[in-house]
Design a protein around this ligand. Structure first.
Ligand code: HEM
Length: 368
């Protein structure tokens, strides 16, 4: 059987964060960054913005919401999506996922699905419909395609080892894609929003759920789907492989956290992926917290989500209800099927975490 690489055995930044001692705040290198390892410190960092400022472009960890560089001030606060926006987004996701599956089955029946491809259109159109409201479909699809273009153009900028110079080709391509999107958005939005803010909202709300959905399918491909609860499957995915696995803030003054004082002007990291392995937040034994086991949430003694996969405080995710609903629909589709991975899945750390490759076949389960 194919397998999904574990974050525990991954190298690079992911490995460094997961192997840090979990005793309080840890300095990862002499000048920082500092990593918080307790839930209490993580909450403080995210909910006390006067001490821990939201940086414009410091982690470049791949989360669009934190790394769109020039396009945002770093201080925009997004209101959570309203229930009618979420409802429209979910309906669109259900329709568009059915269409994407059908198109694949008709045109390439012999090929496995590629999760990162399969989910692009459904998520992009769903989030666009939710954010922009009633639009004719051609317009909605044009905006969704432009957001995907911008996300694709941002990828090499985000994953570059050093920030590419302003005039480098990757930067110019990214800028052109962003301007094309903003031009399309300008006549569609109200006076209280700017095209740049709405572009950021759309990009964050499309890139991250695509990655989360692909991880969900990867994990379902590793597990007997039969009696799985789709909601718990979603929480387990957001625990083991939260796409925004790390986020950063900058200290505005010297701050005392558990175990150490962090000087002013230092980067402090919060990692939902690390917190999702804590014995005080997650049921199970130390050796099994690295495995996908949705049933661990069944007894209801601990609350899923305490590891902050949607952040917390003023910059918490405004799209969490929509993101969760998209994933639960996908999980319902998945648990009705036998999902088989076509290849082993590795962890791509170039922007957030992505499953790569993530190809699979799906067949309807026989109901006995
Ligand atoms: C499963 C899906 C999703 C996950 C796991 C997720 C995760 C997150 C996390 C952890 C943050 C906080 C980052 C930080 O503190 O630095 C965040 C912020 C954000 N998310 Fe999501 N998100 C998801 C879906 C969405 C959707 C559907 C939208 C839009 C419709 C969205 C829009 C945003 C925006 C705009 C921010 C930035 C908020 C700010 O900086 O004030 N996200 N998300």
């Amino acid at each position: 059987m194919m397998h999904v690489d574990s974050a525990e055995s991954a190298g690079s930044r992911l490995g460094a964060v997961l192997s840090a001692p979990r005793t309080g705040v840890v300095r990862l290198s002499p000048a920082g960054p500092w990593l918080v390892t307790t839930h209490a410190d993580a909450r403080r960092v995210l909910t006390e913005p006067h001490l821990f400022d939201f940086p414009g472009d410091v982690t470049r960890s791949g989360d669009l919401s934190g790394s769109t560089g020039e396009s945002r001030s770093g201080h925009t606060v997004f209101a959570p999506l309203a229930p009618d926006q979420v409802a429209r987004g979910v309906l669109t996701f259900e329709r568009e996922l059915a269409t994407a599956l059908d198109t694949h089955d008709r045109t390439r029946p012999a090929e496995p699905y590629d999760a990162m491809v399969l989910l692009r259109q459904p998520v992009a159109r769903s989030t666009t419909a939710a954010v922009l409201g009633q639009l004719d479909e051609a317009r909605r699809d044009r905006v969704a395609a432009l957001v995907l273009d911008w996300i694709d153009a941002l990828a090499p900028v985000i994953s570059a080892r050093r920030p590419p110079g302003r005039w480098r080709r990757t930067r110019r391509t990214e800028k052109a894609a962003r301007y094309a999107l903003e031009d399309e958005l300008a006549p569609l939005i109200g006076p209280e929003d700017t095209p740049a803010q709405v572009a950021t909202l759309l990009a964050a709300g499309i890139q991250v759920p695509i990655a989360a959905g692909a991880w969900l399918l990867a994990w379902l491909g590793q597990h007997e789907t039969g009696d799985l609860d789709p909601t718990y499957a979603v929480w387990e995915t957001l625990r083991l492989t939260p796409p925004t696995w790390i986020t950063a803030r900058l200290t505005t003054e010297e701050v005392e956290l558990t175990g150490a004082r962090v000087p002013a002007g230092r980067v402090v990291l919060v990692s939902p992926l690390l917190l999702g392995r804590s014995d005080d937040l997650v049921p199970g034994d130390d050796h099994d917290r690295g495995t996908f086991d949705p049933d661990r949430w069944q007894d209801g003694l601990q609350r899923p989500g305490a590891w902050l996969p949607f952040g917390a405080g003023p910059h918490a995710c405004p799209g969490r209800t929509l993101g969760t609903a998209q994933l639960v629909h996908l999980a319902r589709w998945g648990v009705d099927r036998t999902i088989a991975l076509s290849e082993n899945v590795s962890i791509d750390q170039s922007r957030g975490i992505l499953p790569s490759p993530c190809r699979f076949t799906a067949s309807r389960r026989e109901i006995p």
